[in-house]
Design a protein around this ligand. Structure first.
Ligand code: NAD
Length: 303
């Protein structure tokens, strides 16, 4: 895009405006403050406050970090959190019996099974043992079905956080060409569903998409959740696009996303940073879901 020297002074190096940063830390702290206020009010009124049980199987360092961050955030807003750590070689029966006992535990209002699980465990089977009324991660088949039907239910935290971040910055979805890269059950597929329910015109790309760059260039709103370091660069973005980078990769140079930020930041209108974009919103959405679990009839939890 041909930006001119903004001072109009011949010979001065060209200065190109950079994208607006969609700051997830700011938006998340507002959401967290709202959750904290409501929990305080519930406690003062003698009403039920949320208690989240987290389950971590094995000792994957990244999963440890994520669970710790989620538990810290719970404490900050007044959600009680109880952690269960199981060895990596735990049997399916052992994990299943923990989930069943947490379902029955009236003190526990939400259950989070941290993914990924060790390869020998059946993730879908274990997720579906979670009582749908306590499914604060929104990953049971029941929650997925409710989302697909557009009926109220728990929405997975990362897609919910992405939408909340865009809404925080007043991005409207109706009629927009939105392209989602990645079709996982955790991120891409539910995001595509949510955007379509908000009247965006959605294209869902994946590893078999024939010309990814061409599909992405068509996007007014581009959301990348492919799990491939710096997959998206200048040739993938249209001038003026809004870009959400869901990816997180630990590299020697620090955390990087699925988007090459340096390559596109002068071309697009807005961009989420990594870190400090989608990550904090994911955690804030978990807190919102944990609160929703105590707020309503458990058979019809709200979005
Ligand atoms: P996943 O591996 O389950 O799914 C990746 C998807 O991307 C698949 O559908 C695959 O078809 C697609 N894909 C892979 N390579 C591609 C390519 N070259 N072109 C087009 N599509 C391609 O990953 P996931 O769980 O959905 O996570 C995606 C990324 O988001 C990861 O980097 C993960 O760490 C990150 N993540 C971040 C947060 C957060 O809070 N910020 C939360 C969840 C996941």
């Amino acid at each position: 895009m041909g930006y001119s020297n903004v001072y109009g002074i011949p010979g001065l190096a060209t200065i190109r405006p950079a994208a607006q940063l969609l700051d997830g830390r700011v938006a998340a702290s507002e959401l967290k403050a709202q959750v904290a206020v409501e929990i305080e009010q519930r406690a003062a009124a003698g009403e039920r406050v949320p208690a989240l049980a987290t389950i971590l199987v094995g000792d994957d360092p990244a999963s440890h970090t994520y669970v710790s961050a989620k538990r810290r955030a719970c404490t900050e807003v007044g959600i009680r959190s109880v952690h269960h750590s199981l060895p990596a070689d735990s049997t399916l029966e052992k994990v299943a019996s923990l989930i069943t006992s947490l379902n029955a535990d009236e003190e526990v209002t939400g259950i989070l099974l941290q993914l990924p699980l060790p390869a020998h465990l059946d993730t879908r089977l274990l997720l579906d043992l979670i009582d749908p009324a306590k499914d604060v991660d929104g990953l049971t088949t029941t929650s997925g079905g409710r989302l697909a039907q557009g009926t109220p239910g728990f929405v997975p935290c990362t897609p919910k956080g992405v939408l909340a971040l865009l809404e925080h910055y007043d991005v409207d979805f109706a009629g927009r060409r939105a392209v989602v890269v990645g079709r996982s059950e955790l991120v891409g597929r539910p995001l595509a569903t949510l955007l379509s329910q908000r009247d965006a015109t959605v294209t869902l790309c994946h590893s078999r998409t024939r010309d990814l760059a061409a599909e992405c260039r068509n996007a007014e709103l581009l959301i990348v959740a492919a799990g491939r370091e710096r997959l998206v660069s200048e040739r993938h973005v249209a001038p003026g696009a809004i870009v959400v980078d869901v990816g997180i990769h630990r590299t020697a140079a620090g955390l990087v996303g699925d988007v090459d930020h340096a390559a596109i930041r002068h071309r697009v209108a807005a961009l989420t940073p990594v870190p400090g974009g989608v990550g904090p919103m994911t955690i804030a959405s978990l807190l919102e879901n944990a609160l929703a679990a105590v707020r309503t009839n458990p058979l019809a939890p709200p979005l």
